[in-house]
Design a binder for this molecule. Structure first.
Ligand code: SF4
Length: 58
């Protein structure tokens, strides 16, 4: 499973980092994946992103 962030769509709001700081980290107003999401509710994070920038692929 791979977590991907569309950096063109990400507005750096920080919601994903707030919900799951072990997997998402804001750098220069963009979010980057730093973990595997194993200790997060990824569904909640994906649904909470205001620009639908986060996706998961197998
Ligand atoms: S919740 Fe979405 S828009 Fe906000 S920082 Fe995370 S990826 Fe970017």
């Amino acid at each position: 499973m791979a977590i991907e962030i569309d950096l063109d769509a990400c507005v750096g709001c920080g919601t994903c980092e707030s919900l799951c700081p072990s997997t998402f980290q804001i750098q220069d107003d963009k979010s980057y994946v730093i973990g595997d999401g194993s200790d997060c509710d990824l569904e909640e994070v994906i649904n909470s992103c205001p620009t639908n920038a986060i996706s998961v692929s197998d």
